[in-house]
Each structure stands twice: as C-alpha cells, then as structure tokens.
Design a protein around this ligand. Structure first.
Ligand code: EPU
Length: 420
C-alpha cells in the first residue's frame, strides 16, 4: 500500500526539534564494517529505508545485523561475510549499494554488484569508481548485468578524479585502506560525510592523511579492528527544517546538529532576511518578517548542497521578487519544478537554472514526489499553501527522513500520513 501525506497549509512552525544522524554518512560507515573482521558498532544511525535496504544487503552477505531503531544503535558482526552477489532487487531500490564495492574489494579482493542505472535526478554513472578500482589493480567486467571486480593484488597508486564524486571518493578510500603501499587520491570529495568515514576508518586502524582536503593520502594496512563510532548529524535534514520553518514565517531551534556543516545554507538564509543563530550543536531560527529573493548555485562542499536545492526553491516561492537557482551537480534535478507550479508557483526552467518569480500565495493541490529531496520541497510548499495539499509517492521521503511528519507535527504543522 502506498502512503500519501495530507497537509493543511498556513500554520507557522514553531518549537524545538531534534535532528537524526546523517543518512549519507551512515551508509558508507555500514559498508565500511566489512573491512573489519570483527565488525563495527555505530551510534546515531537514522531509521530510514535507505539504511534498512543496505542492512538487508549486509545480511545477504552474511553479516549479523542488530539494529535498535529507537536508540540508533547498530551492531554489525562481519566475521562471516562473504563476497556474494548484490542483486538487482537491492541496487534498484538504492544506488548507494555501490558503496559495498570498495570494502568487498578491500577485504576479499573481489566484488559482484549489480550495475546501477540512472535515477530521477540524472544518469549517475559510476565510471569514476571503476577507474579508481582499476588504478588500484582490479580487473572490471560486466556479466549478466553484474559489475565484477577482481584484484589478485591491490596496490597503492595515484588516483585523480575527473569529477568530484562523494561515493566514488568513499569507495576509493575503502579499497585503498587495505591495499599494499601508498595511495594518493586527488580531486577528492571533502563532504563532511567523507570526513566522518575517514575518522571512523582511522579509529579502526587505517592510516589516512589529508582528511577533509582534496588530496588524501592512504597507507595500506593488513587489517582493521572493531570500534564504536557515532554518526555525524544530518546536515541535509537540518537544512530542510530550516527552510520549512523559514517558509512558514515561524521560529524554532534545531538540536543535535553541526552548524559548521551548514555555513553556506545559513549564509543564504541570513541574506534572505532570516535570523539564524548557530550554537555549539544547535541552530535557532526566526523568520517572522518574511524572506527576500536570493540566488544560489549548487557546488561540492562547502558550496550550497545540491541536496538542499529543491527545498530552497520552495522557500524562494515565498520571497517577493525574482531569484535564480542553478544546479551544477546533477543534470536532471528539476522534477519538483512542475509539481511546485501545480501549487501555483511561478518557476521556469532555463537550461541548468530555474527562474523563480516569488511572492505568490500557493494553493493546495495533488502533487507527486519524484525523488527524496523533491518530496521535501513539496512538503515545504504544502505547508505554506492555502487549503489541502496531497503528496503522493512519499516512499521517496522515507528513504532519507526519519519521522518527517511526526517532527513537523511537533512544530505545529497540520500534516498526516494516510494509506491509500
Ligand atoms: N559522476 C560521474 N561519474 C561517477 C560518479 C559521479 O560522472 O563515477 C557524476 C554524477 O553523475 C554527478 C556528479 O558526478 O553528476 C556528482 O555525483 P556524486 O558521485 O558526488 O554523487 P553520489 O556519490 O552518487 C552522493 C549522495 C547524494 C548527493 C551527491 C552529491 C550518498 C549516498 N549520496 O551521491 O545524495 O546528492 O553525493 O552531493 O552519499 C540524497 O541524499 O538525496 C542524494 C542524492
């Protein structure tokens, strides 16, 4: 049965809300547990379906998974893991299953993972991942849809990424920590999630230098050991709530966040006239006086994240005047535009940017979620619209937001999940 969200818009969001652990940090960390023969303990793991999908894949490989969803504690025992196939039915649910390639190659010198296709936001090839594995000595071929990687030996090397790739960098790091000798990765992604992975691997015994830089040096080791690691807060979830509160003209405080990871989104909100006060692990926001139009362009960290672009666009529909949002990471990440227009927004796609004529009063309608962050933008728009908005296909939302409607209800939103 599919669920939909029903929103009665027009309520100001106010109050305090706690953020979850970062989905995009938890996924590579779960995969990294394969590198340790005695497993890994993680804390602050978000209970979202992408995490559940990866845990299913881990069980298929022979891992023992104990997940206490309420506390976010995850115990992974990986002593019996084998480099079995990761089939289509898992990869089709979640492209990030490709994150298993690096650690399987690192520990077993082989990996069999179904090749992921494109998705709603772009073609999303994995050529950069494969290039990195080949440089480390792996042989790659495609057989019956599976990407098969085999490396009699993994040897340290120089990897120069053509494009900055988050999961590509994570995969290269996870394979290189177990290679013989030194690997230098250049043009590496330095997203906080990549840093979190490196910090966890270092605790497990890996030798990594240049963490958080675009040049990372890794000295291979023979084995890694079990430790306990706390997943960083979800900066994209936090950014989503900041934009939801701002769009509703409300005020509140987010807890369990790292404001350092959101410097540019916060700067953009301040530029838009919103008061934002970062604390040590909290962010307070006050937006009673409306928002002004502000332009954004997505770019790799610390730039404005592509994962907040759709939500920012929903916010800009509320600004008096014209703003521009330019997407430089993915080639097809504007599927929310026509849905936002159904609610009465005036958005126009012009190549890789969207022109937003703000200041319209949105009106509730039937809309369809197309991907995770697009769904979040529709929720934000629905919260500001007059009347009722029904958002269909919200399984996309559940992939990356834990208890979205519950947290919004706690801020005073009129939102309910209905099974259709
Ligand atoms: N790219 C290539 N070749 C490759 C890899 C990437 O051409 O081999 C291109 C992509 O097509 C894209 C660009 O490089 O145009 C950047 O893609 P990247 O590899 O960085 O994306 P990703 O690692 O697949 C992660 C997040 C995404 C987030 C992007 C960008 C995870 C599990 N996923 O994806 O998160 O949008 O980085 O920051 O970490 C989301 O959470 O909603 C989400 C889509």
């Amino acid at each position: 049965m599919l669920d939909k969200l029903v929103i009665q818009g027009g309520k100001r969001l106010t109050g305090d809300v706690r953020m979850s652990g970062a989905k995009n940090a938890a996924l590579p960390l779960i995969a990294a547990s394969i590198l340790s023969e005695d497993g890994l303990e993680l804390e602050n793991v978000p209970d979202v379906t992408d995490v559940r999908t990866l845990l299913k894949a881990m069980e298929r490989l022979g891992a023992i998974v104990e997940f206490q969803a309420e506390t976010g504690k995850l115990n992974l025992t990986t002593s019996n893991v084998r480099p079995d196939e990761i089939p289509y039915d898992i990869v089709r649910k979640m492209r990030a299953s490709v994150l298993l390639m690096g650690p399987l190659l690192g520990r077993f010198r082989e990996a069999h993972v179904y090749t992921p296709g494109g998705c709603a936001i772009g073609a999303r090839p994995i050529n950069e991942h494969i290039h990195a594995f080949q440089k480390l000595g792996a042989d790659h071929r495609i057989e019956s849809g599976f990407a098969i990687l085999r490396a009699p030996k993994l040897r340290g090397t120089q990897i120069l990424f053509d494009r900055v790739t988050v999961t590509g960098t994570e995969n290269a790091i996870m394979a290189a920590v177990m290679a013989e000798g030194e690997t230098v990765i250049e043009h590496a992604a330095n997203e906080p999630e990549v840093v979190d992975l490196c910090n966890c691997l270092i605790k497990m015994g890996a030798k990594i230098n240049g963490v958080g830089n675009s040049r990372i040096t890794i000295k291979g080791v023979r084995s890694l050991h079990r430790i306990s690691h706390r997943v960083i807060p979800d900066r994209i979830e936090a950014g989503t709530y900041l934009m939801a509160i701002a769009a509703s003209g409300g005020n509140g405080t987010l807890f369990a966040v790292n404001p350092e990871h959101l410097r540019i989104p916060i700067e953009k909100l301040v530029e838009a006239g919103v008061t934002v006060i970062p604390g040590k692990d909290s962010i307070s926001i006050e937006a009673a006086h409306g928002v002004h139009p502000v332009d954004v362009e997505t770019s790799p960290y610390p730039g404005f994240p592509t994962d907040l672009q759709a939500q920012f666009m929903a916010l800009m529909t509320q600004a008096e005047g014209v703003s521009f949002v330019k997407e430089t990471i993915f080639e097809n990440r504007f599927q929310h535009v026509q849905e936002l227009n159904r609610l009465g927004a005036r958005l126009k796609i012009d190549g890789n940017r969207v022109i937003i004529r703000g200041g319209t009063t949105l009106q509730g309608a039937e809309v369809m979620a197309t991907d995770l962050r697009a769904s979040a933008s529709l929720v934000i728009a629905g919260l500001t619209a007059s009347g009722t908005t029904n958002i269909h296909h919200i399984y996309h939302l559940d992939r990356g937001y834990h208890n979205f409607e519950g947290k919004l209800q706690s801020l005073g939103a009129d939102i309910a999940r209905i099974s259709e």
